[in-house]
Design a protein around this ligand. Structure first.
Ligand code: IMP
Ligand code: MG
Length: 174
């Protein structure tokens, strides 16, 4: 592991992220009015997005975390492994999966099947980023922050070989 983090140029800045996350939260708050949605963040990448998104949601809500691994270094392995399971049942709940980025869609496809089998009342997806040109699976993204080109991005929860998740903005590899 490198000890020095290299802070690349700003690709999506803090204010732009904050603005978009607030808009997404407002949309979710409207769509789920009168309900108590259950948010499931996909660790590790979604932890900062989840924290910012939920603080802008004006509804009673519950949350949980799941961890899967499908990425080795900066190359997708195409295999999804369950690392941390749900802590509580989701049957009958209005579930929203919170993802950092949808790339090939393999991870999200796995998660959707996994959760669907547990019979939630409804199941939707909120993702901060999406790279549609990389898609190998046709997966729905109901709430999307930003659509981006095919570049490896990191910061704001996303890693570059486990580093730089703490960058407050999103940058990309040159
Ligand atoms: P998938 O290819 O859609 O299954 O993406 C799997 C996971 O890889 C995502 O949830 C991210 O955690 C990670 N990932 C994909 N693209 C990037 C990227 O550009 N930067 C950092 N992580 C990424
Ligand atoms: Mg992820």
């Amino acid at each position: 592991m490198k000890s020095q983090s290299q802070r690349g140029p700003v690709f999506i800045g803090e204010e732009e992220i904050a603005r978009r996350v607030s808009e997404m939260a407002a949309e979710i708050s409207r769509d789920y009015a009168g309900q108590t949605p259950h948010f499931i963040a996909v660790l590790n990448g979604a932890f900062i997005f989840m924290a910012d998104l939920l603080r802008k949601i004006e509804l009673p809500l519950t949350l949980d975390f799941m961890a899967v691994s499908s990425y080795q270094g900066t190359e997708s392995s195409g295999e999804v492994e369950l690392i941390k399971d749900l802590s509580r049942p989701i049957g009958g709940r209005h579930v929203i999966i919170v993802e950092d980025i949808v790339d090939t869609g393999i991870t999200l496809e796995y998660l959707l099947e996994y959760m669907h089998a547990r019979k939630p009342a409804s199941l939707k997806v909120a993702a901060l980023l999406s790279k549609p040109s990389r898609r190998l699976r046709d997966v729905p993204v109901d709430y999307l922050g930003f659509e981006i080109e095919n570049a490896y991005v990191y910061g704001y929860g996303l890693d570059r070989d486990q580093l730089d998740r703490n960058l407050p903005y999103i940058t990309s590899l040159p």
